[in-house]
Design a protein around this ligand. Structure first.
Ligand code: NAD
Length: 496
């Protein structure tokens, strides 16, 4: 059985003090093992990065960008292989994996323009013969810790920009589907990156804790669940590091009585069940305003869910695939059970779904639950499965109050034909990413991605313009070259 190792100082290595099984979620079989890095292995990667940093930060910005241009071409040339690796370990269908990869490539494209982003600011004659400017300098060695659900894209949110800014980067991907992240990092090496600038250490908490505590790591980017995001943020910042930690979500869609119901239902189907609901921007709650809208929504959703097809990743006729592990499948089913026990009505039931030829796969069918209320545990928690919960309210304000009271504030959306209502909604909703008739308002690569409340710990959002600020330190230089012979007198007043 093959082992997924690490990329350290330009070499693939398999050293591990422990190995962990990697499963194919569609078959339930162990397909590979992943090497879990020891403290010493992570320290070696950090030392290699630290050694590579002085030369990389001084590499002209155009040359750093040139590596990103080649990297983009290699990603496109190897797209099929990357999508296959994603499918085998994550379970997502090839067309969905291709979408994930494309969004990742767009982050590389943005990093290709790094020279423009690092230009700095200049002011001439801020005082007699004095010029002042700000420049943005690389931090040093920075780390990224990423989740299972976008194994190729989320790492690409981080390191193209970090590296283009002149930093060295250490990635710790999810140990549940590690292969695509490792392969993509090898492509970056092939694009001409000097050894040590980018390392991948596979591993678990042991590896993460080294990254959080080591004095040579200057910043940490994290994406994953909220309890771990909070741990990462408090530990990294207690160790003096800059940190951005993106957490979990419960994304609500408000369905207004005037919405184009056909359109809303089509959008909701994809956004709730695509990727088995294992997206941090998945719409997992629909809040219908008025019983008429709710009844129409339930009727049309039930109808629209009938042809949905769940199955293995390599059959592109499937709409979505298996969930990541048996344990996660049991958790998703447990939330459906608990909603039912709490009095909600399971209208379309995906529990116990079987896929012919894949009887041991971790499949949950698309599930629709009506009459969910805010006090139910299944509403308060992130389910992260193909489950859409429907709540019924009387007014748009009630719907907004529900969203604003929820622990999470990642994404949200309103379906309406009323521009005034949509504007009020986007002005007053306490959520970081807002869609108006757009179900998955994932910002494009030249904007930045981040939630509010307990969906993000830290200040700056991921990728886009915020990444250029997160991965650099501002330095402001004030300069005077006195004309020969001109001497300043002594002054004890504050310079003005
Ligand atoms: P997770 O929190 O279990 O794992 C994320 C990373 O943290 C992995 O690399 C893992 O190895 C590491 N980790 C896990 N436990 C740890 C511990 N105790 N100490 C140190 N490190 C630890 O998340 P996941 O299950 O892989 O991903 C799904 C979650 O990620 C969902 O909650 C989803 O909403 C969230 N997510 C959020 C965003 C966002 O942008 N806000 C994007 C994608 C996923």
């Amino acid at each position: 059985m093959s082992t997924v190792g690490h990329l350290i100082n330009g070499e693939i290595r398999n050293d591990a003090d422990r190995l962990q099984d990697v499963y194919n979620p569609a078959t339930g079989e162990v397909s590979k093992q992943v090497a879990l890095a020891s403290v010493a292995t992570v320290e070696e990667a950090i030392a290699a990065a630290q050694a590579a940093f002085p030369a990389w930060r001084n590499t002209p910005v155009g040359k750093r960008a040139a590596v990103m241009f080649k990297f983009k071409a290699l990603l496109e040339a190897n797209a099929d292989k990357i999508c296959k690796l994603i499918g085998e370990e994550h379970g997502k269908i090839s067309h969905d994996a291709a979408g994930e990869l494309q969004r990742g490539i767009e982050n590389v494209e943005y990093a290709c323009g790094i020279a423009e982003l690092l230009k700095g600011e200049h002011s001439r004659n801020v005082g007699p013969g004095i010029d002042s400017w700000s420049e943005f300098q690389a931090l040093g060695v920075v780390a990224g810790i990423t989740p299972f659900n976008f194994p190729a894209m989320v790492p690409l949110w981080m390191y193209p920009m970090a590296i283009a800014c002149g930093n060295c980067f250490i990635l710790k991907p999810s140990e549940r589907d590690p292969s695509s992240a490792l392969f993509v990092a090898e492509l970056l090496q092939e694009a001409g990156l000097p050894p040590g600038v980018m390392s991948v250490v596979n591993g678990d908490k042991v590896a993460v804790d080294v990254l959080l505590e080591h004095q040579d790591i200057k910043a940490v980017s994290f994406v994953g669940s909220t309890p771990i995001a909070e741990y990462i943020y408090t530990t990294a910042t207690a160790n003096g590091k800059r940190c951005q930690a993106l957490g979990g979500a419960k994304n609500h869609a408000i369905v207004m009585p005037d919405a184009d119901m056909e359109n809303a239902v089509n959008q909701l189907l994809g956004a709730a069940f695509g990727s088995s609901g294992e997206r941090c921007m998945a719409l997992s709650v629909a809040v219908a305003v008025g019983d008429e809208a709710a009844d129409a929504l339930i009727a049309k959703m039930s109808e629209g869910m009938k042809p949905l097809k769940v199955g293995p990743a390599d059959d592109s006729s499937n709409d979505f695939g298996a969930v990541i592990t048996k344990q996660h499948m049991d958790k998703v089913v447990g939330f459906i059970d608990s909603a039912e026990k709490d009095g909600a009505k399971v209208v379309v039931d995906g529990r116990g779904v079987k896929v012919a030829g894949y009887e041991n796969g971790y499949f949950v069918g698309a599930t629709l639950i009506d009459h969910v209320t805010a006090n139910m545990e299944s509403y308060q928690q992130e389910i992260f499965g193909p489950v859409l919960q429907v709540l019924r309210v009387d007014t748009m304000q009630e719907a907004m109050d529900l969203i604003n009271a929820h622990e999470y504030g990642n994404g949200t959306c309103i379906f309406t034909r009323d521009g005034e209502a949509a504007r009020y909604f986007s002005d007053n909703i306490l959520v970081g990413m807002v869609g108006i008739n757009v179900p998955l308002p994932v910002p494009v690569s030249y904007h930045s991605f981040g939630g509010w409340k307990r969906s993000l710990f830290g200040d700056l959002h991921a990728y886009g313009p915020d990444a250029a600020r997160f991965y650099t330190k501002r330095k402001t230089i004030t300069q005077r070259w006195p004309s020969s012979g001109v001497r300043e007198g002594v002054s004890f007043s504050f310079p003005s």
